[in-house]
Design a protein around this ligand. Sequence first.
Ligand SMILES: [Zn+2]
Length: 277
Amino acid sequence: MRFFDVHTHVQFAAFREDFQDVISRALENNVWMVNVGTQKETSEDAIRLAHEYAEGVWATVGLHPIHTEVSHHDEQELGGGEAAKSFTSRGEDFDFDIYKKLASDPKVVAIGECGLDYYRLLDDSKKKQKEVFIKQIELAGEIKKPLMIHCREAFGDLIDIIKSEIVNLKFSSPGIIHFFSGSKDDAKILMDLGFSFSFGGVVTFAKNYEELVRYTPLDRILLETDAPYVAPVPYRGKRNEPAYVAEVAKKIAEIKGVSLEEVAEVTTGNAFRTFSL
Ligand SMILES: [Zn+2]
């Protein structure tokens, strides 16, 4: 059995001391992973890490919506100390050429995480978020790699943008909506547009996800940890890591009434297909 954690962040500061052990634990447990970039530095770090492994570790590059404007500082992501002070209020401009160069690396399997986040809007940054998201859709279209989408409290605008830009994404799997938190109606529209969903630790403890997991066909489901955040039961409250993705798979198998082997096989197959591996 092989599991594929399609959305994790082992390149983040939270793993600075032991990222090699964390990755070894995952690989020994047959867990492959994609380390997802959130801004320029974490995108570059994800690529560097992927190149240290012959197989089983890939990267995405992108600019997260919360890093486009007055920026939320996360010590688990960027580190503490002096770095925290200098980064706290920095917003990044999306430099298409720099990201295009990064995205062309053979270890890069998707563009993102990109999208819209209206939950933590510190000022009126919706316009900038939308512009930066559209540029990343254009990049995905140009280099023919799928999107890794983050969306929080913004599904109406997200769907409008995807519909108007979908001509750029004329390949079989346009992308993954990670940590999906929209409605069943949103899910239906996004599936009709070709998108899949990655579910993480939250499905192991939030009952309201069960209906959504039941509703989504297994061939549109991928597994994620979003480590270091949101560890699944029985690791809640601890730092999350890719090896724990098996707990997510177990819960999905339970909700769907299928075997763990089937969840592993289908979701890993979905990852290979989406990322053209
Ligand atoms: Zn993430």
